[in-house]
Write a protein that binds this ligand. Sequence first.
Ligand SMILES: [Zn+2]
Length: 150
Amino acid sequence: MIPLAKKATPAAIAVLRQATALWPKRKKASDGLLPSKAHVHQNPNSDHNSGYAVDLTHDPDKGVYCQVIYTELQKDPRVKYLIFKGRIWSAKNGEQIYTGINKHNKHLHISIKEGCGDDTSPWFPWVPKAKAINKVKAAVRPLPKKKEAK
Ligand SMILES: [Zn+2]
């Protein structure tokens, strides 16, 4: 069994926060970070145990198209593997049929590589709004340092 972490990694938390920033009215019914007891029992070697996994609710009505996210995230170097609608993709093995009990029809599972747990850079960079948000951030210059009072 993968030992249980007390907190999810910042990278995993960032997926949900950034998704909510982009799609504020999105459903969260199938969101998940750390596993429930039942989940640990069913899947003791899940990356949810270590905080390196996150589930994002599929909500096409509100703009969260997990099929698109599943495809786009294959380009993200932080991703270890993805599961959605009976398919699993990993950097190592490409796409395969997912044979687990839960087909992941209602959410996208994202497992994050070890060593990327603190990387909170944008998870949805292809979304036009995400670019706008990034531009705003990039345009903010740090204030000049105050001169020391003498
Ligand atoms: Zn999951």
